[in-house]
Design a protein around this ligand. Structure first.
Ligand code: LLP
Length: 422
């Protein structure tokens, strides 16, 4: 079968032995599809940033918590973070043991802190106030503190997490207060962490922030604290503009800078603990696409709209952040249309902001086409909702044998009503 626009996924054999239109027929539309080989490759890229024995990829589960993917990530020797009881539960379902999970939360209740600590996870708190709560709730417990390095980066103000304008982290100037609270509750201060933001393509800000956190760790070691984990956070970007040939982040430059810095620091400080990076997106974005069906096409004045079943309840990123996802168009016996025209791809939700791709130059989309929104594996299904009382989609995994396997069924009307008290 030839498609209208599929050279990217054809080139990497994304669908293995399957055909995307056939997958939609089999499992329904819309549908999340993941590719195991790509997931493993991305985990290995991350792991390859340093071969220090204490270097770990602490996968940030918020990007995708499907336990089938988590299990693959764990089999690639990653550990994982969690920031809610749900993420902790999914990590455990996937087989991560407590010492492989760090609980990196913010603004949570004493009960939630106690729950994570009682299950054996190291908890990271990100304010003096939460440190105090932790000390009262888990006296003598093991704790990490998230510092705000004053450096931020990210694809949207909504996801920059370093710097004074954001709610995250403890100001490094407050170290004396941190130590006072730690001592007053007999806590074991075992680690420091930070996260500057999500999606940067240049290594510079990250490497600068690594040096800031190492400076903090040094001060703590000087204060006699038994630091075991230094976690630099995630945020590594990948190219969303596939059809424009956007370049990848230079991982060899990043690896060189990171590995060199960490190796030298570990040696000069006789540090035998662990170094974490905490990526979510880089690990899972490119292994996932979401497929949907075009149910209507129309013109409103000069504007052409292609109406699909991929509303912002299915993929929220374009609506929330004006995020860009590339589009592929699959049509039975389709011939690539020579001319590209500007079209706006929309969903089936009752809001004008329900736009997936605005004014995109693409071959003319027709009713019945199956579309793929690429790079939807990170912050895709996990941010899907039941808005307009729609059911969240199924997920399938193209395993290493090239065949698809259902890893989450589509929700039903009964699922929508499951928590109601009637
Ligand atoms: N660690 C912490 C403490 C975080 O808050 C985050 C992301 C990560 C690690 C992983 O960051 P990543 O490597 O995935 O960039 N929903 C947004 C992204 C939100 C990121 C929130 N925190 C999006 O769809 O772009």
């Amino acid at each position: 079968m030839s498609n209208v626009r599929s050279s990217y996924t054809d080139g990497i054999r994304f669908y293995g032995k399957e055909d995307p239109r056939e997958l939609v027929l089999r499992y329904g539309s819309p549908l999340y599809v993941y590719n195991e080989a790509i997931l493993r490759k991305c985990c290995r890229d991350l792991k390859g940033l340093s071969d220090l024995p204490g270097f770990f990829v602490n996968y940030s589960a918020k990007a995708n918590t499907n336990p089938h993917l988590l299990r693959i990530i764990r089999s690639e020797s990653c550990v994982a973070d969690a920031m809610s009881p749900g993420e902790l539960y999914f990590n455990q379902l996937a087989g991560f043991s407590a010492d492989e999970i760090t609980y990196v939360c913010n603004n949570v209740s004493a009960e939630e802190l106690m729950n994570a600590a009682s299950q054996g996870c190291v908890v990271s708190v990100d304010s003096l106030s939460q440190l105090e709560t932790f000390g009262q709730s888990v006296p003598g417990g093991r704790v990490m503190v998230r510092f705000n390095p004053g450096i931020g980066a990210g694809h949207s103000d909504k996801v920059v997490t370093g710097g004074k304008k954001t709610k995250f982290g403890v100001d490094p100037d407050k170290l004396d207060d941190v130590l006072r609270i730690v001592r007053s509750h007999g806590l074991k201060f075992v680690g420091v962490n930070q996260h500057i933001g999500s999606l940067f393509m240049e290594p510079g800000p990250y490497v600068s922030a690594v040096n800031v956190l190492l400076g903090m760790a040094e001060r703590l070691i000087d204060h006699g604290q038994p630091i075991e984990i230094i976690d630099f956070g995630g945020g590594f970007g990948m190219p969303y503009h596939k059809y424009e040939g956007q370049s990848r982040m230079d991982f060899s430059a990043l690896g060189e800078a990171l590995h060199g810095t960490l190796a030298a620091w570990a040696e000069s400080h006789a540090y035998h603990g662990r170094f974490f990076i905490e990526p979510g997106r880089y690990a899972v974005a490119e292994c996932g696409v979401v497929l949907g069906t075009v149910h209507a096409v129309k013109n409103n004045g000069p504007h052409i709209f292609a109406g699909t079943d991929i509303g912002f309840n299915v993929l929220a990123r374009p609506m929330l952040y004006d995020a860009f996802h590339d589009v592929e168009i699959y049509r039975q016996d389709g011939m690539p249309d020579s001319e590209e025209v500007e079209q706006t791809i929309v969903g089936n939700i009752c809001e004008s902001g329900d736009i997936l791709a605005k004014d995109r130059k693409l071959p003319l989309i027709r009713k019945g086409d199956v579309l793929a929104m690429l790079d939807a594996g990170a912050y895709g299904w996990v941010m899907a909702s039941n808005y307009n009382s729609r059911m969240r989609p199924a997920e399938v995994l193209i395993a290493l044998d090239g065949h698809a396997r259902l890893i989450r069924r589509r929700e039903t009307l009964a699922d929508l009503a499951a928590a109601l008290v009637m």
